[in-house]
Each structure stands twice: as C-alpha cells, then as structure tokens.
Design a protein around this ligand. Structure first.
Ligand SMILES: [Mn+2]
Length: 326
C-alpha cells in the first residue's frame, strides 16, 4: 500500500523507535502497540513502548504486554522515531509523554479516527479502517514479514474491541476477512479472547452498574437517554472511571433511544461525556461542539462544568441534533 511507503523508508534509515498510544488504552490501542512492537523487533530495531496508563488486567493475556513501560521510564531513552497509535492528537498520549518523549527525527501518527489530527511528520490516517489494528495488519502484510501467532492474537483483540465484537457498522466484510485470517494464523479460540476481555468483570463493577442504572433519565420522546456516575458512587463501590467502560452501551440498547449519553464526574469537578448514536445522529459532530471527537456513532468530550450543568448543556445540544433528523 502506497500510504505505508514513507514508513518503510524510516525503517531503513533509523534504528531506535518508541511507541505510545492514548491515555486509558483500550484493546485496539494495546493490541496495535504490541503487534507494531513485534514487527519492529523482527526488523532488528531497538524498541520501547511507553504508556501513561497501566495495561488493564483484562489485556494482560496479550503476548509482550510486560514490555509496555511506565511514562516516567521514557526519561532514559531518546528514540529517533516515535510512533503514536490510535491517539487522535499528540496530547492524548498524556501530559508527561507529550512533553518529554521527543524523537530526534520523526513522529509517525497512525490512526483511524475521523477526527484525527495531522500532528505527525508522517500521518497514516485511514478513517475507513475499523481500527488501528486493521491498519497495522495491512502494514505488516505489505512487508516481507509474516504475521506470527502472537501478533495475530494482538491484532484480533484490537479488531474485536473497536468493532464491539463485530457488531458496529465499522465491521466491514474486509474486517471480517481480516479477523478470519488472524484466527487462522493465531490458532486461538475467539470465544476465549472474548471471555478474557469481557467476562472477567469484578463484582464491584456490577455494583456500580446497578447504582448507575438508577440514575437513568430520558427525554419525554425517549430518544435521548443519559446516566450519571459521580465520584461518590465510585468511592462507595470501590471502583474507578475505567469500570464505567461499556455502561453507555447498556442504555443505547433501549428501543426508543437515538442518542445515549454517559456522564462522569471527574475528580477536578469537570465532566467527561461519552456519546453513542443508533446511527441517525452524528455524535462526532455533537462532541465537536464541546471540543471533543471520535466516530459518527461513538464519541466523547469533556465539559468544564459540574456534572449537573454539563448534562443540561449536552442534552440541549443533543435535542437540536435530534430535531435535524425528525
Ligand atoms: Mn481504535
């Protein structure tokens, strides 16, 4: 693929690489990092992976996950090339890394988010790809290096996560073909991967979900639904913001709902919003009104207001988007 050619030149020219991804890394972020790490290793490079946040327990079955180092460790390493995966913007790798992890020669930005910024010296942004893992798959395929079992498992996990287990509209026929290829190469059981990622839920998270569903509210027409997670709910159930992942999908499943909104109170008093659309409203555009981003059907933003005021803002904007489709 032509878009990968500049990257191959970098592979020829440079020896030391660092890899990073966005804060709160998900299956796509970590799977892509680990597959890319293995590719660079096979090319004989010196490679380090630095993330702001730790690898969540549910991804600690992935090969080489222990090679992901803490952001602070990057102080001792100055790469020639920094590869940032799945991050949308340079800042999303976290404050410490975006300030201190500076390569001597080039930043490479590989992403599939429609709102991804061109922050790299080389930008490979493919919004039609289901996931960054899908892009890394194509990248490895265009080299002479075969995808091995370990990389196949990492890439499959990325694909599975970003397509919501192949349920979202980004799961194209091509995505399914790639998944089939990865299952064959990787010789793993897809149901076991699913189980690792989705069925190791701590009981505390279920308690938090119970409390969260008590906060459910809908507009009178039932088209917009929202839930609220406060710091005191997190404290009471001994959970963290990471445990909120997936909650928004629960209310998106309500039959009348066009837009589902998950509202989280952050420790600094501001508010994090996750948005899901049933398909008719572009929630990337809705998030963009609040300087957020993402995909047409899944996006997010941060609002610098206490949660109750933030709900008012986001719900009133969401209503305008609903009006446009009616
Ligand atoms: Mn992704």
């Amino acid at each position: 693929m032509d878009s990968f050619r500049p990257l191959f030149t970098l592979f020829e020219q440079y020896q030391t690489f660092a890899i990073s991804t966005h804060v709160n890394p998900d299956g796509d972020a970590i799977g892509s990092e680990l597959a890319f790490y293995q590719l660079l290793k096979k090319l004989g490079k010196t490679v380090k992976i630095y993330n702001t946040d730790l690898v969540p327990k549910k991804y600690q079955f992935l090969p080489y996950w222990k090679n992901i180092e803490d952001a602070k460790a990057s102080k001792d390493f100055c790469p020639e090339v920094l590869v940032i995966l799945d991050a949308s913007s340079r800042e999303r790798i976290g404050p410490f890394l975006s300030k201190h992890l500076i390569p001597t020669h080039a930043v490479v930005n590989i992403d599939h988010h429609i709102t991804a910024e061109d922050f790299g010296d080389y930008n490979i942004i493919i919004p039609t790809a289901s996931s960054t893992a899908e892009i890394i798959y194509k990248l490895i395929k265009s080299t002479q290096i075969p995808i091995d079992k370990a990389s196949a498992l990492c890439l499959y996990t990325g694909l599975m996560f970003d397509t919501g287990c192949f349920r979202y509209s980004n799961a194209t026929p091509e995505t399914h073909r790639i998944a089939a290829d990865l299952i064959e190469i990787g010789d793993f059981a897809p149901d076991e991967v699913y189980c690792q990622v989705y069925e190791q839920v701590p009981l505390e998270k279920i308690h938090l979900l119970g409390q969260t569903l008590q906060t459910l509210e809908l507009t009178p027409d039932g088209k917009i639904a929202w839930i609220l997670i406060t710091q005191s709910m997190l404290n009471e159930t001994k959970t963290t913001l990471d445990d909120v992942e997936g909650f928004v999908n629960q209310i998106q499943a309500i039959e009348s709902v066009e837009i589902a909104i998950c509202v989280c109170e952050l420790p600094d008093g501001s508010t994090k919003i996750s948005l899901r659309s049933e398909g008719r409203v572009n929630v990337a555009a809705l998030a963009a009104e609040f300087d957020g981003g993402g995909h047409e059907r899944a996006s997010g933003c941060r609002i610098n207001l206490p949660c109750v005021a933030a709900i008012k803002e986001i719900v009133s904007s969401a209503k305008q988007h609903i009006q446009q489709i009616c």
